[in-house]
Design a protein around this ligand. Structure first.
Ligand code: 13P
Length: 257
């Protein structure tokens, strides 16, 4: 059965000390509310800046269902790539997950579907779970191209994986027009795209793989609207930006299944 997941993407926010404070509050919540006893038994992930991965991972070590991740990785294992971070470094810092293809990486750092496919491979080879992000910009939705755009992102970034490999991937659908804007996709829009994505996975692989893939929604998901988004049958949780920076809001979202 596919996993319910609530993931916080801290983006470029919080000092290490502030991050440790936030993760301590989330860890306290998890200690007092074991995730397996909550509706949906959600897994919780904190995608922190690179500088925080080691200390935040260390601070939540052993807490069931709570793990950490990096927001990006390099395609290569090591070498002369000043300023970059490899998957083995991320793994050795204690993270289990890595975001691949966030729209901010695509838009501001020129990451193409082809490069992202190599990042997915690097993550899988290292035993990290890649959370692959997809989603259209407003012009694409207005031109009714959103399905085609997402299809291409999935085909080029992920659909070269074997069914066995694909089973280890998590997908986050994040319409770019909803990220950080306060405009959320309606539950109907989210469900429509999630069902479409699941259908593509079914066509490419099979029904079992499709049914077992977690597809998260991201884009102005918050403590107030999470429940109505998560109530949709193909929405398996959320990738949360702004609202993941406040423990109270994030913990409300964790309880929104
Ligand atoms: P917001 O929740 O701030 O809109 O960000 C969403 C996001 O980009 C998560 O990766």
């Amino acid at each position: 059965m596919r996993k319910k997941i609530v993931a916080g993407n801290w983006k470029m926010n919080l000092t290490v000390q502030e991050g440790l404070q936030l993760s301590a509050e989330i860890a306290d919540f998890v200690k007092n509310n074991p995730l397996e006893k909550l509706n949906g038994n959600p897994a919780v992930i904190m995608f922190t800046p690179f500088t925080h991965v080691y200390s935040v991972s260390d601070s939540v070590k052993g807490l069931k269902g709570l793990s950490t991740g990096a927001q990006n990785c390099h395609t290569e294992e090591k070498g002369a790539f000043t300023g970059e971070t490899s998957v083995s470094m991320i793994k050795s810092a204690g993270a289990l997950n890595v975001l691949v293809g966030h729209s901010e990486r695509r838009a501001y750092f020129g990451e193409t579907n082809e490069v992202l496919a190599r990042k997915v491979k690097a993550a899988m080879d290292a035993g990290l779970t890649p959370m692959y992000c997809c989603g259209e910009v407003l012009e694409e939705r207005n031109a009714s191209n959103h399905f085609e755009v997402v299809k291409e992102q999935l085909e080029k970034g992920l659909f070269w994986l074997s069914a066995e490999e694909f089973a280890k991937v998590v997908i986050a659908y994040e319409p770019v027009w909803a990220i950080g804007t306060g405009v959320t996709a309606s539950p109907g829009q989210a469900q429509e795209m999630h069902a479409y994505i699941r259908g593509l996975i079914k066509d490419k692989y099979n029904n079992e793989v499709a049914e077992n893939t977690s597809i998260l929604y991201g884009g102005s998901c918050n403590a107030k609207n999470a429940a109505e988004l998560f109530a949709n049958k193909d929405v398996d949780g959320g990738l949360i930006g702004g609202a993941s920076l406040k423990a109270e809001d994030f913990c409300t979202i964790i309880q929104s299944f």
